[in-house]
Design a protein around this ligand. Structure first.
Ligand code: GLC
Length: 552
């Protein structure tokens, strides 16, 4: 089967169809101020390392004013920078430096909810039931004689009920507000035109400043079923709210008119600005609706991310992705890691199904063998970077970082951990601040040696300065692969399988043959020149390894 190229409909300016986009998680990237939390000045100072890596763009997780109850995804002011991260002037300097280096900049936008510290929610709390202030959120009377029961049975993605009761000021039974995430993250009511207009303003604020696009948080959650009916839960809501088809909170068709409106705002600007959906929607044919020509440009390919280390499953998800996105003229995206999931080397080597956003810790079942994890992580990346379309990298994966398991309970910050009484470890293990220099304080993350999540003692082995110039390092593998991907035009080539069964994936992408060994024994490589390999090779390709070849 041959898939058409992802650039068939591309105009030359459509950079995003083939881009490699690197996610910066600002809290954990680089800390210039020394308070142990990364900041914008730290990012600016380290941007040249990303240009040298060979990525096309960066995406920044939120740096907006926020009480940081959900690491900044609880926004109190969408058009200002939290003092933890700096100022708007620091943002402008970061943007200018990135553009000077040829890097585009995408920022996160969080439209599903605000922080409970947002002025709108403060006003909603202080106002009467039925007031316009409350109408910006999803606030309802409770059930039961005294309204003492929540309006429906929905669960928060982070565990526990999705409703919290407001205090009353006049002795009447308090109403309840909906929060699909933490109780500090009340959901906005997107049927309210005032909410829509406010987000048009927020989009324009950042577009006017010069950003190249937005990563849209929880893009499957904004429209709820108007009746807010109970959901009959067959199993727990997937950790990050992957839409179970039919859940009245997720993947409702009402989201699409919002994306069409946003697309028209973005299209007012020149420079090929983009919208990327974080939409945990299955199947891929449904996700494709988020990237129709008048909606978003890209959607994160979470079905690909969630695919286990299994050749048939990987082959199938690649085929399904290419077909589904091509059916609407969008490029497929590819992603293995982000700030919400177990880092992919560790995840792909678990011996039990991945618990996704539940995280893993020292007592989790089926923990990975570290050596297998390293190999699978490198092989999976090499396979991913050969695939046609756009790829997302998460900071630190170019260093081969595994998930950190042993974070003490009193240092964990993810609300998932706290809302479940520690039953779920949550996402802190992928968010540990980066190691830059093996021998510097906080491994170069912070001049003071502080780090908001503790860095393990062995972190220095993964430090960037240890890997620079070492051809067998993860860093140099990523650099070489990104350079070869560009040189051979893989992102805009077409893919065809050389074989469609067996535990070894063999595909031709443009003029490159990609081989990935998911079996348990070495396989002979076809004759040809190896241009990238995840392991040192003799004539054969070991299990858990991948290679790119030029064959004749
Ligand atoms: C998205 C973010 C995640 C956050 C959640 C609530 O899924 O990626 O980190 O916790 O939204 O905003």
């Amino acid at each position: 089967m041959t898939h058409p190229t992802s650039s068939d409909q591309a105009r030359p300016t459509e950079w995003w169809r083939t881009a490699v986009i690197y996610q910066i998680y600002p809290r954990s990237f680089a800390d210039a101020s020394g308070d142990g939390i990364g900041d914008l000045a730290g990012i600016t100072a380290r941007l040249d390392s990303l240009a040298a890596l060979g990525v096309d763009a960066i995406w920044l997780s939120p740096f907006y004013t926020s009480p940081q109850k959900d690491a900044g995804y609880d926004v109190a002011d969408f058009t200002d920078v939290d003092p933890l991260f700096g100022t708007l002037a620091d943002f402008d300097r970061m943007l200018e430096r990135a553009h000077d280096l040829g890097l585009r900049v995408i920022v996160d936008i969080v439209p599903n909810h605000t922080s409970d510290a947002h002025a709108w929610f403060q006003a909603a709390r202080a106002s009467a039931p039925g007031s316009p202030e409350r109408a910006r959120y999803i606030v309802r009377d409770g059930r039961g004689p005294e309204g003492e029961l929540p309006p429906n049975n929905w669960e928060s993605v982070f565990g526990g009920p999705a409703w919290t009761r407001l205090d009353t000021t006049d002795g009447s039974p308090g109403q309840w507000y909906l929060h699909l995430f933490d109780s500090s993250q009340p959901d906005l009511d997107w049927t309210n035109e005032e909410v829509r207009a406010e987000f048009d303003r927020i989009l324009r604020f950042w577009l006017d400043r010069g950003v190249d696009g937005f990563r849209v948080d929880v893009a499957h959650g904004l429209a709820k079923h108007p009746d807010l009916p109970d959901f009959v839960i067959s199993e727990d809501i997937d950790s990050m709210g992957a839409a179970q088809m039919g859940h009245p909170a997720w993947a409702q068709q009402g989201v699409h008119e919002i994306w069409r409106r946003w697309r028209s705002v973005v299209d007012e600007y020149d420079g090929d600005r983009i919208l990327t959906a974080e939409a945990w929607v299955e199947p891929l044919s449904e996700m494709a609706a988020w990237v129709r020509p008048d909606e978003m440009h890209q959607a994160f390919n979470f079905p690909y991310l969630m695919t286990p280390w299994d050749a048939d499953a990987v082959r199938t998800v690649i085929d399904d992705s290419l077909a589904a996105f091509a059916s609407v003229g969008a490029p497929s995206t590819w992603v293995l890691s982000n700030h919400d999931v177990i880092r992919h080397p560790s995840r792909l080597a678990l011996t039990v199904p991945s618990p996704q956003g539940h995280g893993i810790g020292p007592d989790s079942p089926g923990l990975p063998d570290p050596a297998v994890a390293q190999m699978r992580g490198r092989a999976a990346t090499l396979l991913m970077l050969a695939l046609p379309g756009s790829a997302y990298l998460f900071q630190g994966e170019e260093l081969g970082l595994p998930e950190v398991l042993d974070i003490p309970a009193d240092r964990r910050e993810d609300p998932t951990f706290h809302r479940t009484g520690g039953e779920r470890y949550g996402r802190d293990g992928c968010r540990v601040p980066l190691p830059w220099e093996a021998d510097a304080p906080a491994f170069g993350f912070s001049p003071s040696g502080e780090s908001w999540l503790p860095q393990p003692g062995w972190w220095g082995e993964y430090a960037r300065d240890r890997q620079e110039g070492d051809r067998e390092s993860s860093l140099e593998l990523y650099r070489a692969a990104l350079a070869a991907r560009r040189e051979h035009g893989l992102a805009s080539a077409s893919l065809s399988w050389e074989t469609t069964d067996g535990d070894v994936l063999i595909a031709r992408v443009g003029d490159v043959m990609v081989v990935c060994n998911l079996s348990t024994s070495p396989v002979d490589l076809p004759a040809g020149e190896v241009i990238a390999a995840s392991e040192r090779l003799d004539d054969s390709l070991p299990p858990n390894a991948a290679a790119w070849l030029l064959t004749t």
